[in-house]
Design a protein around this ligand. Structure first.
Ligand code: NAD
Length: 435
């Protein structure tokens, strides 16, 4: 099938590449000229395992192309996917201006039947708005349907998630559009859930908020473990073994970050409020998440007393491992706060340093050439992102390169007993019994 993706970022590019991989003819549109030029030249602007080879292969097979022209995009695809940003506004609600602009642009070029699919994460009832906006701006009688098809991929394993999703959610009220959507997804082996548009939109915010809630739940438990002398890893194992609960998203740590969870939780609170329904449960989820970093910093201050002029090594800058994405990264937030107190931060991340180098804090820290280099002469090592390579660090070399053998493990990545055997003082999250 001929498909168009409008917005070629993390979601749009990966979705486009996976659709091309299963045989669809895909045109990816982006209004960022530099991004489109580099994609046309075979350069991938993001790090995502498996994506580069997938894009190259499908570009070579002429199943995947790129353009800056929305007009070409509307002409090409019988189904148009919108995958543009939906960032938060100051009050936590969603900025829908990107979506509205794309809807107007599509309307302008609409000449025959098209299905317009919202893949971006949007508040419930956005589909209705998109439809009325297109109707208002298109030629009279223009034929189209709007469908919601939220995306659940995880950065760091986006290709695998798209090729083998847990479920595909399609929300729509036109049989013609739903039949086309089912045909697009036929090559993917996954259960398809067909709903109305509003339910599909709600599923996405409800799912991300629930995952954030699980993280805050285990982080609240971590605090109880610290005070009571229990080990949150054992507690997580014990409760996670119950199939009704599940072990996933029960890793205590510095809390959730990234471009989705913080904004989606804020958005869901704002959506509920607009519907006249306060969602206090999610407000507590946010508070716990913020408190995790505050508590961690308090513990570091407690250990070092004054942070000014202290050499602090930070391992990890991306918001999670296997990605170069630093948007709303807890690791970056932590570094900014350390720098604000005058600490001398040396940071290392296996993939995210080029993206971190574009942030305002970049000029105030040293980017190290390796994890060990970051730790040279440091008074404390902070593990802020759980990259696998940090878990297998050479502890003997680390011990000899640091000035003071002190590790604050914000992701419970290292084994406290092994670390202590090398002479380190260690502090994880929620590990009262092993503290
Ligand atoms: P992104 O910023 O990586 O990509 C968005 C792209 O859209 C950019 O390349 C931008 O240049 C382009 N764009 C903006 N306006 C445009 C326009 N008018 N015409 C053409 N292109 C335009 O964002 P993303 O991370 O891919 O997220 C996109 C949406 O998907 C958001 O709603 C997000 O919440 C949702 N989502 C993201 C993830 C994730 O893990 N990143 C997962 C699921 C859902």
């Amino acid at each position: 099938m001929k498909l168009t993706i409008i917005g070629s970022g993390y979601v749009g590019l990966t979705t486009g590449a996976c659709f091309a991989e299963v045989g669809h003819q895909v045109l990816c549109v982006d209004n960022d000229e530099a991004k489109v030029k580099s994609l046309q030249a075979g350069e991938i602007p993001i790090f995502e395992p498996g994506l580069e080879s997938l894009v190259r292969k499908n570009v070579a097979a002429r199943r995947l192309q790129f353009t800056t022209s929305t007009e070409e995009g509307v002409d090409h695809g019988e189904v148009l996917f919108i995958a543009v940003p939906t960032p938060p506004q100051a009050d936590g609600s969603v900025d829908l201006s990107f979506i509205e602009k794309v809807a107007r642009e599509i309307a302008q070029y609409l000449s025959s039947y098209r299905v317009i699919v919202d893949k971006s994460t949007v508040p419930v009832k956005t589909g209705e708005r998109v439809a009325s906006t297109i109707r208002r701006h298109a030629k009279p009688g223009a034929e189209f349907d709007v469908v919601s098809n939220p995306e659940f991929l995880r950065e760091g394993c986006a290709v695998a998630d798209l090729m083998r999703p847990d479920r595909i959610v399609i929300g729509g009220n036109s049989d013609r559009a739903l039949a086309l959507m089912q045909k697009i997804y036929e090559p993917f082996v996954a259960p398809v859930l067909v709903t109305d548009i509003n339910s599909a939109e709600l599923i996405k915010h409800a799912a991300n908020s629930f995952l954030a809630l699980k993280i805050s739940y285990i982080n609240a438990l971590a605090e109880i473990c610290e005070v009571s002398g229990a080990d949150v890893l054992k507690v997580a194992e014990g409760i996670g073994a119950d199939k009704r609960i599940g072990r996933g998203f029960l890793n205590a740590g510095l809390g959730y970050g990234g471009s989705c969870f913080p904004k989606d939780v804020s958005a869901f609170i704002a959506i509920a409020e607009q519907l006249g329904l306060p969602f206090d449960l999610l407000k507590e989820v946010q508070k716990i998440n913020i408190r995790q970093v505050d508590r961690f910093l308090d513990a570091i201050r407690e250990a070092l007393w004054v942070l000014k002029d202290k050499k602090i090594a930070v391992w990890g800058l991306s918001f999670k491992p296997n990605t170069d994405d630093v948007r709303s990264s807890v690791a970056v937030n932590l570094v900014e706060r350390l720098v604000a107190e005058g600490a001398l931060v040396s940071a290392y991340d296996p993939q995210a340093m080029p993206k971190a180098a574009e942030l305002p804090m970049a000029s105030k820290i040293r980017f190290a050439s390796s994890a060990l280099d970051a730790a040279a002469d440091a008074e404390v090592l902070i593990i802020a992102t759980e990259w696998p390579e940090f878990a297998s660090a050479d502890l003997a070399s680390l011990r000899s390169t640091m000035r003071t053998p002190l590790i604050f493990d914000g992701r419970n990545l290292l084994d406290p007993v092994a670390v202590r055997d090398f002479g380190f003082q260690y502090r994880g999250i929620g590990r009262g019994i092993v503290a």
